[in-house]
Ligand binder design. Structure first.
Ligand SMILES: [Mg+2]
Length: 325
């Protein structure tokens, strides 16, 4: 390791803020979390592997730190919860520079502080070559109020936040060898977990089910179908795409539109939310400045039906998000 484990941990501890909700953190045998009366704990874990989820030559260290935490926070958002503490176990190669580690934690901390999440523990070990990480996030939600995947009913409307396919679009460019500027507004490099929206939906009892779009719309919508024991019908013209459709009838525009639709349907790592509501529920057009778009409805059938621009209906197979393949 660039620094001995003990001094590395001391350095991380010095730089990390302890937010309310955490009574004891790094330095004790266990972290001690305060769960407010009448609340339940939410816990999520995610593995992140170098060359599977990120590449050192593509992703600056700040982006890697941000993305590790964003994955966990997005899961808390999908249940309508509030994040409290994060636990990070890292395996780092000995050859990694101290500046990489510092910049990694800077990206991690910036996002953690924005949502008042304490880095309350974890572990550091040496790895032979690659960076490996396990992130765990603990959150809280009022008892019985967490929004599950299983609550959708036939007739419910389906909504998504933001625009889809942006992260996959950037990844596609990176794979093609393009130089992509890792701007802080990029959904790929610095995805913003939709915590404010998740908590808004929960507080106003708006949604019947919810999931975050980490693997791609077709895959994540299939999870809602499975858990709710229902089917869905979605309209391709309604799906908000990260890069706009071009009008015109040329072959090239047609292909570009097909690509933007495919990325919106199957591209992963947008970390937007997909939720369902009763058809009687009034849903704002925007929440926290993010557009909310109705894309279809829950049906009595099985699986996902896609209705195209010409009103033709076909079965949509969930296409798993395979990183970098
Ligand atoms: Mg999730």
């Amino acid at each position: 390791l660039p620094l001995p484990e003990k001094s590395l941990i001391a350095r991380i501890r010095r730089q990390s803020k302890i937010w309310p909700g955490v009574a004891a953190s790094i330095g004790d045998d266990c972290a001690l979390l305060k769960i407010s009366p009448g609340h339940e704990a939410l816990i999520t874990t995610d593995f992140t592997l170098e060359d599977v989820h990120f590449r050192r030559e593509w992703h600056p260290p700040e982006s890697v730190g941000h993305r590790f935490l964003a994955r966990g926070l997005s899961d808390i958002a999908a249940m309508g919860g509030k994040p409290v503490a994060a636990f990070l176990s890292l395996a780092l190669p000995a050859k990694l520079s101290q500046s990489w580690v510092d910049r990694f934690f800077m990206g991690f901390r910036k996002l953690a502080d924005r949502y008042k999440v304490t880095l309350a523990g974890g572990d550091i070990a040496q790895s032979p070559q690659k960076i490996l990480a396990d992130i765990m996030v603990v959150g809280s939600v009022p008892r019985g109020k967490a929004i599950l995947r299983s609550g959708a009913h036939p007739g419910d409307f389906i909504y998504v936040t933001g625009r889809l396919g942006g992260s996959a679009h950037t990844l596609r460019e990176l794979i093609a060898g393009a130089k992509c500027k890792p701007s802080t507004h990029s959904r790929h490099f610095f995805p913003e977990p939709r915590l404010v929206i998740g908590q808004f939906l929960r507080a106003h009892n708006l949604s019947t089910s919810m999931i975050d779009l980490s693997d791609g719309l077709s895959t994540d919508l299939a999870h809602i179908c499975d858990e709710s024991k229902a089917g869905t019908k979605i309209f391709s013209s309604a799906i908000p795409r990260a890069f706009s459709e071009k009008s015109g009838k040329s072959k090239k525009t047609g292909e570009a539109n097909q690509v933007s639709l495919a990325l919106a349907l199957h591209g992963g790592e947008d970390y937007e939310l997909l939720f369902t509501t009763s058809p009687r529920t009034r849903v704002p057009k925007q929440i926290a400045g993010v557009p909310i778009t109705r894309i279809g409805e829950i049906t009595r059938g099985k699986g996902i039906l896609l209705v195209d621009e010409n009103n033709k209906t076909s079965k949509l197979k969930p296409q798993g998000w395979e990183h970098f393949s």
